[in-house]
Design a protein around this ligand. Structure first.
Ligand code: AHM
Ligand code: MG
Length: 357
């Protein structure tokens, strides 16, 4: 008897059946994202052949070079969601302002944020990159979305996920019923359930950070990483191995499968980026949502990432994510050694507790 194949479509549909008020709009939005993922994966696989590798010659709102595949992924995602009537407003890493829908298209009840191709500086070296997405309910009263819909605390996410383009393509998502991973079978063009109910392993294996930035770290972060390395004289522990790809989706995916912690702390490298490099809305918050659904935790070093209410779409945040105990230990080191930094930071960013949490 052949094993029953669970496609991502069937899986989402079955989960949504458990919600009496579900109208199918969310299910269709997830289909749209899965289809965008398939199209991006196909283009990625052909990248060398199509001479699409390399820079597009533009600079995005963060002042970073846009890779050609960044542009392709960004356009593909917008194209897939713009006319279905599921979303009301879209924000992308590649656009300074939120992207409204075309005038003649209906607005839906969700808003979507995405990083179309995170880690794209890795493309030319054939390392894994990924798409990250985050979905909220539209809370504004007008027919179409407003910026405030995109600036909700991460705890309000309806769903979040990523598509990793690696040795195989995988889509991993969470919508309140655990975290589930699907591997793209290129022969039938379907994402098939391969990793149901993903949770962080009990025993952490790796820590993941750009060690080259050590001279820019705070005392607390430096001491914490030394502690992970088993160097703390007062509490020697077995060192964790280090892994770092520099592509957060790939680093997070490994952390979820193998156990451990991924970090991009605040540092003093670039005064224009005092809170590190990663963006809250479409990088940290969606992965934080998945981390918590998978039994882990994500923090900015002070409190939960999911409790931060963003004030701008491209806001950056320090990030510690993965094994709950390890992330809480990072918070303890920062609390103990970086009190001055914590005070200044808290003046600027409030981890407002979301009602009901
Ligand atoms: P991007 O969105 O421009 O690709 O940048 C984000 C990426 C993350 O995937 C990764 O964790 C980080 O940048 C790596 O940065 P660094 O090279 O400073 O270690
Ligand atoms: Mg990114």
């Amino acid at each position: 008897m052949p094993q029953r194949l669970m496609t991502i479509e069937r899986h989402i549909l079955e989960q949504q059946r458990a919600i009496p008020e579900a109208t199918g709009v969310f299910t269709n939005l997830m289909y749209d994202l899965a289809l965008a993922g398939k199209i991006i994966a196909r283009q990625m696989a052909r990248a060398g052949l199509n001479d699409i590798l390399g820079r597009a010659g533009n600079t995005n709102v963060q002042g970073e070079d846009q890779q050609k595949l960044d542009v392709f992924a960004d356009e593909t995602l917008y194209d897939m969601v713009k006319d279905g009537g599921r979303v009301a407003l879209v924000a992308s890493e590649e656009h300074e302002h939120p992207m409204p829908l075309p005038n003649d298209k209906p607005c839906g009840k969700y808003v979507l944020l995405y990083d179309p191709l995170d880690g794209s500086s890795n493309i030319d070296s054939n390392a894994s990159v990924g798409t990250i997405f985050s979905i909220y309910r539209k809370i504004s009263d007008g027919p179409c979305g407003e910026t405030k819909d995109l600036l909700q605390a991460g705890a309000e996410q309806v769903a979040a996920g990523y598509i990793i383009y690696g040795s195989s393509t995988m889509m991993v998502y969470g919508a309140g019923f655990g975290v589930h991973g699907f591997t793209l079978d290129p022969n039938i063009g379907e994402f098939l359930l391969s990793h149901p109910n993903m949770t962080f392993p009990k025993k952490p294996k790796y820590y993941s950070i750009n060690q080259g930035n050590e001279i820019y770290w705070s005392e607390g972060v430096r001491r914490y990483v030394h502690w992970l390395q088993g160097k703390a004289a007062d509490n020697p522990r077995k060192p964790l191995s280090q892994r770092y790809i520099g592509s957060m989706v790939a680093d997070f995916h490994r952390t979820l499968l193998e156990g451990g912690i991924f970090m991009y702390p605040a540092d003093s490298k670039d005064p224009s980026k005092p809170f590190g490099k990663l963006r809250l809305g479409y990088e940290a918050a969606p992965l934080a949502f998945l981390a918590e659904e998978a039994g882990g935790y994500a923090s900015d070093g002070v409190g939960s990432i999911l409790d931060i209410k963003p004030t701008s779409i491209h806001q950056r945040t320090p990030l510690f994510i993965g094994d709950r105990d390890l992330v809480q230990q990072a918070e303890a080191f920062i609390q103990l050694h970086d009190q001055e930094w914590v005070d200044t930071y808290q003046d600027e960013v409030s981890n407002e507790l979301v009602p009901g949490k």
